[in-house]
Design a protein. Structure first.
Length: 571
């Protein structure tokens, strides 16, 4: 057995919404060209990385189960990455974020305790991305059916035992989430799900009184969890706290007579780069693709309590990210790590202190930008690093920019693993944006689109300012209609200010204190009319909200995507 075959390559795909997903596609394309995908034995994914990692794994399963090891070529990997490149963009153009609320029946179903936005987005992942790849994995696709049985391999094939003799390795896929109950990592794989065993150490750091032991396989779990859906595993890994309801795993654990229900949120809370899982699986070479949102510098920090808490949360996340990467470098060595991220190639400045004469003691220490070395203008790289980490629709311009950025950024670094090809580069769809990324000044519209892409909300209003006209007309019509019957009498009331304050206070309480809302609901039981009006108002708002979402998806979303087409940009 050669020395190279003893290497165990792990691939980590970070979180960062669909921004991360598109960025990772570019890395996968470069790895396919350099013949490195066939050597990957562990894939650890988080959040946006899990969305694309699961899709990649399904296509890989299709390949490995249809061709024998000796017949699989690097071109096979290139071919299905090309399919992913096109299909993933097409699926996400449907706007997953808005589609969650586009079905009135599902919206009313969300009023039930056992169905939430997280369940709905899990269904959409399955419908838009995973169900069409293979038709024999259940509907929805089940985690327990993901196990890859390579063509011509023994029936008891297991990646840990039988990969050594294969050229095209069968990787273990690990989708990472975080358990709110214990604060530990929760892993989904084709074999099982749960909290991984703790690392062996003479010093016990984690002293929580309960550890949730992981089952040896889905077949050994309670029946209700044996067919856990892939879409739900991805939804748990990408369950952004505060935006989506934690995803519950019920009936799996019990502490004597009390049920333990693991509540899962985004894997990025624990480890947004997915490095920890690669270490647990004893990888020796690491390829880490990091498209997460990094903490920025602020010259003036807002000191109100909410802003401080949010900033502190960013500091903690940044600390976890930094320490995780430093631990990997210290333990495995830089020569065994390829690390790419969205701020690679950007410049830095070291600012000196003010001396007693009132001037800077030294000139700024400037590290110049170097992204132009891999064909990306520094201004473009800066804007890509600030692009939104969201689940809404990305245009061709946005998606192609992210994919090509990772593709070109990773080329030289991946070559250190010794598999660089001398053949010409593959013709990828995202290559269309190469000239603009290198010389953005040739088309100012490109930089404008990248600037708009940083916004989570209101992108359409920035691209189509005329949309303010119907919005203002609608608001004006509502005010005109309510003027004589509601607004004018309220303005003449001596209790207007007090009433407004009380109304705002009540509104805030219902948002930030669910218990208060339950108390109010309990009290209204004694007033049937008030309860009926409250329910009618909620139903009306729900219907209006659904109508708006459908209108956005049918009208505004296609307009936004159309202005971001390459053909439109090049005109």
């Amino acid at each position: 057995m050669s020395e190279q075959s003893l290497e165990k390559t792990g691939l980590a795909l970070s979180g960062g919404g669909l921004r991360a997903s598109f960025f990772h596609i570019g890395l996968l394309a470069q790895m396919a060209e350099q013949g490195l995908l066939r050597s990957v034995e562990v894939i650890s994914t988080v959040s946006g990385g899990s969305i694309i990692g699961a899709l990649y794994y399904l296509h890989l399963k299709k390949l490995l189960e249809s061709k024998s090891d000796k017949d699989i070529t690097d071109q096979d990997y290139i071919d299905f990455i090309k399919i992913i490149e096109v299909d993933f963009l097409k699926a996400t153009e449907k706007n997953i974020r808005m589609s969650v609320l586009a079905d009135i029946r599902k919206n009313f179903k969300m009023k039930n305790a056992n169905y939430s936005r997280s369940d709905r987005i899990a269904e959409l992942y399955n419908e838009y991305l995973y169900q069409s790849v293979l038709n024999n994995l259940g509907n929805p696709v089940e985690m327990c059916k993901l196990k890859i049985q390579p063509l011509g391999s023994p029936e008891n094939f297991h990646p840990k035992k039988h990969n050594d003799n294969r050229q095209a390795k069968v990787p273990i896929l690990v989708l990472n989430a975080t358990t709110l109950n214990s604060g530990r990592n929760w892993q989904f794989s084709a074999q099982t799900m749960g909290e991984p065993p703790s690392r062996e150490s003479t010093i016990r750091i984690d002293k929580k009184p309960i550890r949730l032991r992981r089952a040896t396989g889905y077949q050994n779990m309670v029946e209700v969890q044996q067919d856990f859906p892939l879409g739900h595993a991805v939804a748990a890994s990408a369950c952004v706290p505060g935006l989506f309801t934690p995803l519950a795993v019920s009936d799996l654990y019990r502490d004597k007579d009390e049920a333990i229900v693991p509540q899962l949120v985004d894997g990025g809370v624990f480890d947004n780069q997915g490095i920890e899982s690669l270490l647990k699986y004893e990888c020796t070479r690491f390829i880490v693709s990091d498209a997460s949102g990094q903490m920025g510098m602020e010259n003036e920090v807002d000191t109100n309590p909410i802003s401080v808490l949010l900033r502190v949360s960013s500091v903690l996340q940044d600390r976890v990210r930094t320490e995780s990467l430093l631990h990997l470098i210290d333990s495995k060595g830089e020569e065994n790590i390829v690390f790419i991220n969205l701020r690679k190639g950007l410049g830095e400045r070291g600012i000196s202190w003010i001396n007693k004469e009132g001037v800077p003691a030294h000139p700024d220490e400037v590290t110049p930008a170097s992204s132009d070395k891999f064909g990306v203008d520094p201004e473009v790289q800066e804007k890509l690093s600030l692009m939104r980490t969201d689940l809404d629709a990305f245009t061709e311009v946005e998606a192609y920019s992210l994919m090509l950025d990772a593709y070109q950024m990773s080329k030289a670094d991946l070559a250190q693993f010794g598999n660089a090809k001398s053949s010409s580069e593959t013709s990828w769809q995202f290559s269309q944006i190469a000239e603009l990324m290198e010389k953005p000044a040739s088309n100012p519209k490109y930089l404008k689109q990248l600037a708009v892409s940083q916004h989570v909300f209101g992108k359409a209003l920035k691209v189509f300012p005329w949309l303010w006209i119907p919005i203002v007309l609608v608001i004006g019509a509502i005010l005109f209609y309510l003027w004589g019957s509601v607004i004018q009498p309220a303005l003449h009331s001596s209790y207007t200010v007090i009433g407004m304050i009380l109304a705002i206070a009540l509104w805030l309480l219902t948002i930030f204190a669910p218990k208060v809302e339950r108390i109010i609901s309990f009290l209204t039981k004694f007033r049937p009319k008030a309860l009926l009006l409250k329910r009618l108002a909620k139903a009306g708002l729900l219907i209006l909200g659904t109508v708006f979402v459908i209108f956005y998806l049918k009208c505004i979303n296609p307009m936004y995507l159309a202005q971001g087409r390459m053909t439109k940009l090049k005109k």
